[in-house]
Design a protein around this ligand. Structure first.
Ligand code: GTP
Ligand code: SPV
Ligand code: MN
Length: 612
């Protein structure tokens, strides 16, 4: 804590800062002067510090300490019921020119937005501690480490950031030594405490602002304490701001998992997958293959940075250090690898339910439903209750290095060669279980037209089909047409022979009776096997107007009790559904105006011609 509190806050910062790096010091002083915290604390990232902060939060009622035997060193937090997900309608890209934000983003003139933010942040940390968190996305010893400093008045954010990113003293030292650029990321829950006012367990503000200035590469987040709104290294930096850096520097920042798959012959492949929020990334990243002899290892579950390597290949790296995973549906039968990582401890759960023995529970965790729980809103709950015990967007926050199946390549600062990309969404109809792109250009087209039914990961209606290009709709930090052009141009930096093959997948298609046509989860390994065998030139496929779809015999279904009707429904390419789909794609493309790459519109023309 800053000593000598009779001094103005900026002088306190000057006197107590563990750095003399002027760029950083000046910004911290400026923010402290604006937000007027009681004190300023520089986060070192140590275990002692984490233990102290979590103990303080238990004392304050923000965290509940869980049963130390079943969930060692773990805590549960419960948010304000109005602060449970990303707020896309309050998220802004404030580029100098409106065009540069594109039609997929909210935009406001930067000077006007700065005025609004100045007013919001003025005095917003009164009565609170201001924490300064130096962090790096990716490895500290990467060729080009990407630094950030988050200032926040939330200890929950500090503790969560320690799980999600590499933070603290080592990072600060490196920023200082190399006089590095860092993304200034300012966060406040927007709930100043007046003299004598008592705090609440989850302070936040009804008004929320999640704002990015892409040219300056800065982030301002106000009013929310939740996930992607507040842990600014994640979606705000590693996707929105990083996508702009990537555009300018010739790489890609993507909303993708990364999985290593090794065949029984011992050949390894790296596969990344872009699925919209709550559409299966974490589950696939932690897959437990149901087919003999195939080994899966995790590299990342949410964000992937793809860079052209030195040998004409694309290389992928996971810039994060933890999971912020959807709890419901993560269970011992569907995702035992996630459950093993979570129950090793050191986790923070948000908006899950509490069991009577001091543990946590959520829908789908166990087949047996507990007789009594305290639900995420603090009410008694029983299986007869007509609400869910855990919020549908409740989350576990767990260090990735607790994963038994973590790939050794996770510690490679400059990543591994990428062999295949999956684009996937949640579609009840139309999109087959898996389709191989005809060409790289067709693959970009498939990414550009990706669509999915909306989920609880963001506020707003659930279950509405929307286009979600490369699963990046809420995360592209600039014009969507420019983004697709960038995908086309970055491909030119890679040896055409070494471009990954692109697949469209859909685990969520319904059968003729309305149930899931495909069992999903571990059984998706059968699809991955087909993908690898296609890369190796071994698996059969049927050529359809939309691309190559497995013949029923080419999928390994050994030991799977799958009704042939289900398989047929999962793989069908239906002319009437595609006639409707093409119209929707055309409407989607019309929204881009003339910023869509010509190669992508050509793909649509070619698809129409093939469909006849
Ligand atoms: P974010 O972390 O929000 O980006 O989500 P995510 O893409 O990591 O999704 P996640 O793996 O957490 O899955 C979201 C929901 O989809 C969970 O409720 C899962 O149980 C469910 N799910 C995941 N994979 C499958 C699958 O193969 N089939 C079916 N039917 N459901 C799945
Ligand atoms: C998502 O919504 O894609 C998430 C959760 O991974 S959040 O961190 O809130 O963005
Ligand atoms: Mn996830």
């Amino acid at each position: 804590m800053a000593e000598n509190s009779s001094l103005p806050i900026a002088d306190q910062v000057e006197a107590s800062a563990p750095t003399s790096y002027a760029k950083l010091l000046d910004w911290v002083k400026e923010v402290a002067t604006l937000t007027e915290p009681d004190s300023v604390y520089w986060v070192d990232g140590s275990q002692e510090e984490y233990d102290r902060l979590t103990a303080e939060m238990v004392e304050a009622g923000t965290l509940v300490k869980l049963n130390q035997e079943t969930f060692p060193n773990s805590y549960a937090a419960f948010s304000d019921p109005a602060d449970v997900a990303r707020v896309e309608d309050r998220t802004f890209i404030c580029s100098e020119n409106e065009h540069d934000a594109g039609f997929t983003n909210n935009w406001m003139e930067p000077s006007k937005m700065r005025g609004i933010l100045d007013d919001a942040f003025r005095g917003s940390m009164r009565g609170r501690t201001m924490y300064v968190i130096p962090f790096v996305m990716g490895h500290l010893d990467a060729e080009d480490p990407k630094f950030g400093v988050e200032i926040t008045d939330s200890a929950y954010v500090v503790a969560s950031m320690r799980i999600m990113a590499r933070i603290g003293t080592e990072v600060l030292k490196k920023i200082e030594e190399t006089e590095a650029f860092f993304v200034p990321a300012l966060h406040s829950v927007g709930a100043p405490l007046e003299e004598g006012q008592e705090d609440v367990a989850w302070p936040c503000n009804e008004t929320k602002w999640i704002v990015h200035f892409p040219e300056e590469r800065s982030i301002y987040s106000y009013g929310s304490g939740y996930g992607g709104n507040a842990l600014l290294g994640k979606k705000c930096y590693a996707l929105r701001i990083a996508s702009v850096m990537a555009r300018d520097e010739g790489w890609l920042a993507e909303h993708m998992l990364i999985l290593r798959l090794t065949s029984p012959e011992g050949k390894s492949y790296t596969i990344s997958g872009a699925f919209p929020s709550a559409c299966g990334k974490t589950n696939l990243a932690l897959i437990d293959p149901t087919i003999d002899g195939w080994k899966a290892e995790t590299l990342g579950d949410d964000i992937t940075w793809i860079r052209p390597g030195h040998d004409g290949e694309f290389r992928v790296v996971n810039p994060e250090a933890g999971y912020f995973g959807v709890a419901p549906g993560t269970g011992w039968s569907t995702n035992p690898n996630a459950m093993r990582a979570i129950t090793k401890g050191n986790s923070i759960f948000t908006n899950v339910a509490l069991t009577d023995d001091g543990g946590v529970w959520w829908e789908g965790m166990t087949d047996e439903v507990p007789e009594h729980l305290i639900d995420w809103q603090g009410n008694d709950w029983s299986p007869e209750s007509d609400t869910t015990a855990a919020h549908p967007n409740s989350r576990f926050c767990t260090p990735i290095d607790q994963t038994d199946m973590l790939a050794p390549e996770y510690s490679e600062p400059n990543g591994v060669k990428l062999d295949a990309i999956l684009f996937g969404g949640r579609r009840k109809t139309t999109i087959p279980l898996v389709t191989e792109s005809r060409t790289w250009e067709d693959g970009i087209f498939k990414g550009a037209t990706l669509s999915s039914e909306t989920t609880a990961a963001a506020t707003g209606a659930v279950g509405v089909v929307r286009r979600d290009p490369m699963a990046m709709l809420p995360f592209i930090g600039y014009d969507a047409g420019d983004y697709l052009n960038h995908w086309v141009s970055v491909s030119g930096k890679v040896d055409p022979e070494k471009l990954p093959r692109i697949y469209l997948v859909n685990w969520f298609r319904r059968n003729r009776n309305g149930g899931f046509a495909w069992p999903g989860f571990g059984e998706n390994s059968r699809v991955l096997k087909w993908v690898v065998e296609r890369l190796e030139g071994k698996a059969d496929a049927e050529e359809t107007p939309i691309g190559f779809v497995p013949t029923p015999e080419s999928l390994d279904l050994t030991g799977l009790d799958l009704d042939p009707e289900n398989l047929e429904d999962a793989l069908a390419v239906k002319a009437d559904e595609w006639a409707d789909e093409v119209k929707l794609i055309q409407e989607w493309f019309d929204r881009f105006g003339d910023s869509l790459p010509a190669s992508i519109t050509q793909e649509l023309d070619a698809l129409k011609a093939r469909l006849g």
